[in-house]
Write a protein that binds this ligand. Structure first.
Ligand code: WT7
Length: 626
């Protein structure tokens, strides 16, 4: 573990000078079944990234078996249910190992094998983490789909990867609501011909329909034992697929592989959070997102930490739930999203103060830029000016944290993610693609691969090359803008493409527009983000309808329903404006830059609109806006 600023500087210098030597040394701390022959195989002109080439391992041996000798009775997963009246569960490393092995055998008994894709659509219960690890145990590729996604979105993801199995639950608890997961899964599976087995966990005990491929999880588990040797995996065998949105309608199935992903998530978890043996670490994300994969499951478990899984929401039964859980389990590390902080900040601080938060040592932020107000509220009311805050910048594609301070070790700076991790060569580019030196603002790009970079987009390597490596040849293009201060600290300013981060969720505007265009009355639509107090960004939709005389409140309602049905409730637009046209260039391209300014109310900052095909439409939208 890096323990001082000088050690950090030394590691960064070493990693820059000799990346292979540096990562090779880091990787040697783990348990391999066979050593690698080459540390990195990569060429920017033909991006096929390979790390630890020829190495053999199983990540679950590093997460579980390795700890059995040293700390079998330490809590691995601490589960806090949605309902505070339900008992928390402390699952030890020994028990987790046993349950993962047994679940792995259940998957095998139902036909799963190495290389198969298994879709997981489950609530935040221990069995979700266990299922993920069980897939890894047998070399099946997990594809977790967040349980807030709709049937259509679930089906698209199952079909994209031709999954052969679906793991789901009868339902999920979420605050005062239950979500009918099995019902949504049933609807999805109607159009998924590759799935031949659906294992259903009992969680809510709600009544479900039963189909010929369905089997109860608890019944299947009883039929198998808990002896399951780990499958030998190549470093570059896929570990999982996780979908993220992009600037076309089709989600991108980012593929992460076993060796590099393990090394990098474990290394960054250890150094960013600086967890000590008796610490209790809580990341509030859902395992349906990359944050949950890397920093609830794999990173913490490889390091032998105690990782908390929380089933509920920050507002249930009241807006002090997070603080109540922190006090109850004596949480030392608390890692959440700015949108949650902003939502909680709106409530009286007495809700925070009534709980004993003295166990907290480190706070974290992830998912979007954290604004100054939220940063200071977090620091003052939660951290009592006593806890370093790590603002961690990274992406589904990067697998692990790329820019962050190391808690208590490197300096923090409010609203800045600060410095790149050792081995991560961040640069700022201008529009011409030239590197900016010193202080400045530009496009964030990365010059050298790190071990957990996504290897491809499932089934579409061309798209992978195009999206990430062709915008600025010689660099990984992240899609974010950033500024850099004189000390080299980075502050992320937001997306530079057609992706909007709403409440920390990465939403492509194209799939939302596609969903809206399905409405029979809609001719054309454009979705843009605009600043929002709590969500960071909200979505504004401009729609052209067939009949301008139609009751727009009905259309608005139907559009929201359509989006919820096709993508999920998280993508529902906040504002919908029925307009008679959209500002376009002479070549017919929608000028989103202008729509963004209009949505933000920046009517006087539109710049030159005289080159538009239809400048008069801008005046019309301005009138509607005010
Ligand atoms: C996008 C990636 C990283 C896991 C969760 C989101 C934004 C993420 C930060 C941060 C500013 C951030 C970026 C990035 N983002 N973390 N600390 N500061 N922006 O993963 O869904 O793949 O989204 O989230 O815009 O590109 P994701």
């Amino acid at each position: 573990m890096i323990k001082s600023l000088s050690e950090f500087k030394q590691a960064s210098a070493q990693a820059k000078e000799n990346p292979d030597g540096f990562w090779s040394e880091v990787a040697s701390e783990f348990q391999w079944k066979a050593p690698w022959k080459q540390t990195l195989d990569f060429d920017f002109s033909n991006p096929e990234v390979k790390w630890f080439v020829g190495g053999k391992l199983n990540i679950t041996e590093n997460c579980l078996d390795r700890h059995l000798a040293t700390q079998p009775n330490k809590t691995a997963i601490l589960f806090e249910p949605n309902d505070p009246a339900e008992a928390a569960q402390h699952i030890t490393y020994k028990e987790l190992h046993k349950r993962v092995c047994q679940t792995a055998n259940m998957l095998k008994a139902n036909g799963a094998k190495k290389g198969d894709r298994i879709c997981i659509y489950m609530p935040m219960v221990p069995e979700l983490a266990i299922a993920v690890l069980a897939c890894a145990r047998i070399g099946a590729i997990h594809s977790v789909v967040f349980a807030g996604f709709s049937a259509t979105a679930l089906a698209a993801r199952i079909n994209d990867a031709s999954c052969s199995m679906l793991l789901t639950a009868d339902g999920g608890f979420r605050g005062a609501k239950t979500i009918a997961l099995k019902e949504i899964a049933d609807e999805a599976l109607v159009s998924c011909s590759t799935v031949n087995c659906c294992l259903v966990l009992q969680r809510t005990q709600q009544v479900v329909q039963w189909n010929s491929i369905d089997k109860w999880w608890h019944e299947e588990l009883e039929k198998v034992d808990d002896n399951c040797p780990a499958e030998v995996m190549d470093s570059e065998d896929p570990l999982f697929i996780l979908y993220t949105s992009g600037s076309t309608g089709k989600p991108k199935g980012m593929v992460h592989t076993c060796g590099g992903y393990m090394v990098y998530t474990a290394y960054t978890f250890k150094n960013v959070f600086q967890c000590q043996p008796n610490d209790v670490y809580w990341c509030t994300a859902d395992i349906g997102w990359i944050t949950g994969h890397s920093y609830i499951v794999y990173g913490p478990l490889v390091n032998g930490a105690t990782t908390v899984m929380f089933e509920g929401v920050p507002s249930y039964p009241a807006f002090d739930r997070f603080w109540e859980v922190c006090a109850k389990h004596k949480i030392t590390h608390f890692y959440t999203a700015p949108t949650a902080i902003r939502a909680l900040e709106k409530h009286p601080t007495s809700l925070v103060e009534k709980h004993d938060l003295s166990s907290l040592k480190v706070l974290g932020s992830v998912g979007e830029p954290i604004n100054a107000e939220a940063w200071h509220w977090y620091d003052e009311h939660v951290g009592k000016h006593n806890c370093p805050i790590v603002d961690t910048w990274w992406q589904t594609e990067t697998g692990g944290i790329l820019i962050s301070s190391l808690a208590g070790v490197t300096p923090q700076k409010p609203t800045f993610a600060t410095l790149p991790m050792p081995g991560v060569q961040v640069v700022l580019l201008n529009n011409e693609g030239d590197e900016i030196e010193g202080e400045g603002e530009g496009i964030l790009a990365i010059k050298h691969p790190w071990p957990s970079i996504a290897r491809t987009i499932w089934g579409d390597h061309e798209r992978y090359k195009n999206v990430y490596f062709s915008a600025y040849p010689g660099y990984y293009f992240a899609g974010d803008g950033a500024l850099r201060d004189a000390e080299g600290n980075y502050r992320i300013t937001g997306r530079v493409d057609d992706v909007v981060i709403v409440s920390g969720h990465n939403l492509g505007t194209a799939p939302i527009e596609n969903a809206i265009n399905e409405h029979p009355e809609v001719v054309e639509s454009a979705v843009v983000g605009y600043p929002h107090d709590i969500k960071g960004n909200a979505l504004c939709t401009y729609v052209i309808v067939r009949d301008m005389g139609v009751d727009s409140s009905i259309i608005e309602k139907e559009i929201r329903e359509e989006v919820a049905k096709t993508i999920g409730p998280i993508a529902k637009p906040d504002r919908i404006l029925v307009v008679s046209g959209l500002p376009k260039t002479r070549s017919g391209k929608i000028m989103r830059r202008i729509l963004r300014k209009l949505a933000a109310g920046e009517h006087d900052q539109l710049g030159d609109i005289s080159t538009l095909l239809n400048p008069e439409i801008v005046e019309e939208i301005k009138r509607q806006n005010s």
